[in-house]
Ligand binder design. Sequence first.
Ligand code: PHE
Length: 457
Amino acid sequence: MSSGLKKRETFSSGIAVFFATLGSAVGLGNIWKFPYLTGVFGGGAFLLVYVLCVIFVGIPVMLAEFFIGRNTRSNVIGAFKKLAPGTMWKHVGTMGVGAAYLIMFFYSCVAGWVYYYLFKSLRGDFVGITTESAKTQFAQTVIGPLTPIIWQIIVMVVVGAILIMGVQKGIERVTKTLMPVLFLLIVICDIRALTLPNAFEGVRFLFNVDFSKLSAVAILTALGLAFFKLSLGMGTMVTYGSYFTKGNNLFRTAASVAFSDTLVSVLAGLAIFPAVFAFGMKPGAGPGLLFMTIPLVFSKMPFGNQLLVAFFFLSSIAATTAMLSLVEVLVAYHTEEFNISRRTASIVNSLIIVVIGSTAALSVDPSSLLGSIKFMGKGFFDWYDYISSNILLPVGGFFIAIFVGYIMKQKAVLDELSNSSPKLAVATKIYLFILKTITPVLLIIIFLNSIGVINFK
Ligand code: PHE
């Protein structure tokens, strides 16, 4: 039987839908982007703005994507073809597929470093390290040239193998088992970090409400972060939405995923910053924080190595479940539009990601050939990140909002989102209003700012 004729899979229950969707949202973004940005841009004040962005931009776009997916039961390109046949709208789907590849090219590279650090912490490499050796260990990891590529391959073997198993036996089973484990591990790290002497300074860094730091840049950062964090603008939620069943309450799913994802980010901040301050270190952003500061700080405390294992294990879970949703966009597209098997689609896409993604991994070393190739000051790694996060996601989100808000028959949207229940009709109407007005305007502003057409100080 050809794969196109097989019954399309769905998630088996509401709880499975919740964990799979949360698995997509919770990723590396929670661990190094969110806590740091919150601390730098005014703590509690930034958190407040972030929550408003989630409510006015994140949740409406997520609902719009759920609508497109569940209504058509198709991959992201097929969905637009069904809803607006013979038009250019399918190219919103094409952009989504492009974004999924670009994000995977660099995300799989960072995930490779995370897996390697889990392995290193299990081996005890960080016991008794100093600032210098933390730096050297990180440099050896990213420069390779073989190490980062081998670990990137391992990451893609894991992701590909889970996807081959299918929506229920692969994505659903893994996210349902591992998301609670992630939560438990993060709470354990929190308890340890918060009971360290001087922990309060870290808590203050994260929550101190300082409205004076809330510049226009901070607000735009919060908006962009909400988008990346909730995996929006590129069809991940269209694809997952296409596996939801008619009974799933889309509002409840969107709201509970947005809330839990924010909670995980805050808990990650509470595991990281009290420890950083307790040992008199400075909080940094991105790879430096994750791969140098954390091993250094954790190795100084009692049970530090066990905690490091827990920390890198939970980071590996976060990265892996986010990647499942990215690659599933590609797998669903190829199985449905080209009628190939899930197995072939998973293997071919994992291979493409490893081959092209290795250019991201190799471009991190400035002294290498690939590292020396720069266009407008950015290497491969940075371009993949910039084009996807700053251009494709907000542009995709804008068109998705316009499509569902203005092109679709409003009655169809209303029926789908409210599950045809009068109880949800009022909420749906309010959300449709936000989706048509506030959401697109804010998205245009983030986009123009991120490509430098307007420049806020
Ligand atoms: N939400 C993921 C994170 O926080 C990243 C992601 C973006 C996943 C877009 C899927 C789609 O890391």
